[in-house]
Design a protein around this ligand. Structure first.
Ligand code: ZN
Length: 234
């Protein structure tokens, strides 16, 4: 009953797909609920495609008051280059005594990613958290000390220790603590399931639950956790 578009189409592994429609959806789903927000006279949703998502067709089902529609879009395989890095061995083969900690942190983050705060907190475009060009792209295949690990799930900014790190947009602090792999980590909840992560910080300067504006300093660049040296992993 209503126009429904997705772009880019086809999408690739690691893309964010922008879905638009001209009327307020009652609900939408694609491997779980997809939240829409209003942008002028359009309703918009952002659908993140994991770098390791299986290639193929996806069906996004949308229901309005006066009917429903299925938007079929394609996800294509993308060839990500490989990056080889050397880090302390304990970050490649973690000692047995940290296994429980690593599992607990992963379980908490998995639960966090499922949590979709109902309110959109971000406004306008996302700004870079530090004044630099990224040096390592999202989705790179990662080989640490000769062993393959999960792909790079962010971008790295090569900036020196102590540089202030600014929130990319408005939100609320969801995580502000030392995690095994990402070191001192701040995660900002921008609402509707959209989060930004700031990792390997030397200092954390916000606390959980704190509402923050775009540009709020959340911490300082460091090299904590699985890092080859000072940089910001975003
Ligand atoms: Zn990184």
């Amino acid at each position: 009953p209503h126009e429904l578009t997705a772009r880019p189409e086809p999408a690739a592994q690691g893309d964010v797909v922008l879905v638009e429609t001209g009327a307020a959806p009652l609900s939408a789903s694609l491997d779980g609920a997809v939240p829409f927000y209003r942008e002028g006279d359009r309703w918009v949703a952002l659908v993140g495609i994991d770098a390791e998502a299986r290639p193929g067709r996806r069906d996004l089902r949308v229901r309005w008051e006066d009917g429903e529609a299925t938007l079929r879009f394609e996800v294509r395989a993308k060839a990500f280059p490989t990056e080889r890095l050397r880090v302390e061995p304990r970050y490649v083969e973690p000692p047995a005594e940290v296994a429980a900690r690593i599992a607990a942190e992963k379980a908490r983050l998995d639960r966090l990613w499922e949590r979709r705060s109902p309110e959109r907190r971000w406004q306008g475009g996302f700004r870079r958290p530090v004044p630099a060009e990224p040096s390592s792209a999202f989705g790179l295949q990662r080989v640490f000390n000769g062993q393959r690990r999960s792909p790079h799930n962010g971008v790295d900014f090569p900036v020196g220790a102590g540089i202030p790190v600014a929130a990319a947009n408005a939100g609320e602090v969801a995580v502000a603590e030392d995690l095994y792999f990402t070191g001192n980590t701040v995660i900002v909840d921008h609402g509707l399931g959209l989060y930004t992560t700031y990792a390997h910080l030397s200092e954390i300067e916000v606390r959980v639950g704190q509402p923050i504006a775009a540009g709020t300093i959340v911490g300082r660049v460091g090299a904590t956790g699985r890092a080859t040296g000072p940089h910001l992993h975003w």
